[in-house]
Design a binder for this molecule. Sequence first.
Ligand code: PRP
Ligand code: URA
Length: 206
Amino acid sequence: MDPVLVSHPLARIHLSALRDAKAPPARFRWHLHRLAELLFWEATRDLDTTARRVQTPLAETNGSTFARPLVLAPILRAGLGLEEAILPLVPDAVVAHIGIARDETTARPVSYYAKLPPVLAEADVFLLDPMLATGGSACAAADKLKAAGARRLRLLCVVSSPAGLEAVATAHPDLPVFTAAVDEGLNEHFYIVPGLGDAGDRCFGT
Ligand code: PRP
Ligand code: URA
């Protein structure tokens, strides 16, 4: 499945600010939050809703509600930078924290934590991580969510690499990907180039 490239001018402007190596954590997080909102907007465009009646102060009219529960699944740590901006848009969503960190030498994902809610099977689930480099972390997180029952998954990542997209498309051909950029590739340390560096470190100042 081809990724959905969110190339709205606002997304490109916020992404440029995010890439800027001089942006301190507060500014980095602010632009990351804006990109999270734009990616979530696009990723929910075709979300199923059901009709409900609403009583305004003047009359009864037709309204909408989500058809299913929503689950936000940030991959720690950097995924928190997306979740923080999206949760206020859908405050009834449930949050499924997934702790995965890359081994610094091999870049293979190492899973260290997961707290998954029981509603996964019936929910629309949004897997959140700003970076899709080798794709190992996103694939491992999707494996974990599916093993716990998730059936309707979407992946939101700000910057992706061709290799990461290929890995996701191979391991999870049913997983739609929403991204603001497909960069050139990976360097010898498996970092995305030009990318934006280490998203977790830049988000949290480590
Ligand atoms: C980063 C990033 C992704 C992962 C992407 O996390 O936030 O989770 O790397 O790389 P991949 O596609 O090659 O798996 P990292 O492992 O650095 O953990 P951190 O957010 O705790 O720093
Ligand atoms: N993780 C990051 O935070 N950045 C990259 O470029 C690759 C993995």
